[in-house]
Design a protein around this ligand. Structure first.
Ligand code: NI
Length: 226
């Protein structure tokens, strides 16, 4: 399941851009696995600089209060967001798959990367190229969103960032371990949740809508690992 949603408002994007401007950038290959490092040609914000810390908090807080993200991802753990920049010279990330498990800084926990999320921080008019391409069996999706918009897609997908030929593509990327490991189960829960919200809006809390709410929560109880 691939889902796009608004995450940051204009003020938050402006603040993020100022922090990115002030940050310390390093070669992106430092944090990629062996195969991915060969495909990766970009820059990343040094995760230990002050800008990165402030940005991590900005994006994480926005995710934690975003109902669409919470309903779709059912997050158990969120890897602290990282930030990258693609521009001519360090312009692309060829096809790769992300590591299945990330060790958090300091070795405090391991996070299974059920979902990947990219938050676009530059407007599409600011750069040419730089589409995120997500491959799933039988489909190829190209994604390039307005600043502040996010895309959530399965961590299992092979994906790439196409070469940027003009300007700079700025983005945040992060992984989520979900309480519900399977993409299929998460999709069913989201569809049920959406339909249920619409029913409650139209009909109120009638006995059948309450019964369906119980079904939603009981499915979640059956599938969730906390
Ligand atoms: Ni990746």
């Amino acid at each position: 399941m691939l889902l796009t949603f608004p995450l940051l408002d204009a003020t938050e994007v402006q603040r993020a851009r100022a922090l990115l401007e002030a940050g310390h950038w390093v070669d992106g290959r430092a944090t990629a696995g062996e195969q991915a490092a060969q495909a990766k040609q970009n820059e990343q914000l040094d995760a230990t600089c002050d800008s990165a810390r402030a940005l991590q908090e900005l994006v994480t807080r926005a995710l934690e209060r975003n109902p669409r993200f919470l309903a779709a991802a059912l997050p158990k753990r969120i890897v602290p967001p990282q930030f990258n920049r693609y521009r001519p010279g360090a312009d692309r990330y060829g096809p790769h798959v992300d590591n299945a498990v990330r060790l958090l800084a300091g070795g405090t926990a391991r996070v299974r990367t059920d979902l990947s999320c990219t938050v676009f921080l530059a407007e599409p008019a600011e750069y040419d190229g730089g589409e995120l391409v997500v491959l799933e069996p039988g489909t190829r999706r190209e994604i390039k969103l307005a600043a502040g918009q996010a895309v959530l897609y399965p961590g299992t997908s092979v994906h790439e960032v196409l070469p940027v030929t003009r300007g700079a593509r700025l983005a945040s990327f992060l992984w989520v371990e979900s309480m519900v490991r399977g993409d299929e189960q998460r999709r069913l829960l989201l569809e049920l949740d959406d339909a249920l919200m619409a029913l409650r809006r139209d009909l109120g809390d009638t006995p059948p809508t309450v019964a369906l709410m119980a079904t939603y929560h009981n499915l979640l109880r059956m599938w969730a690992e906390t």
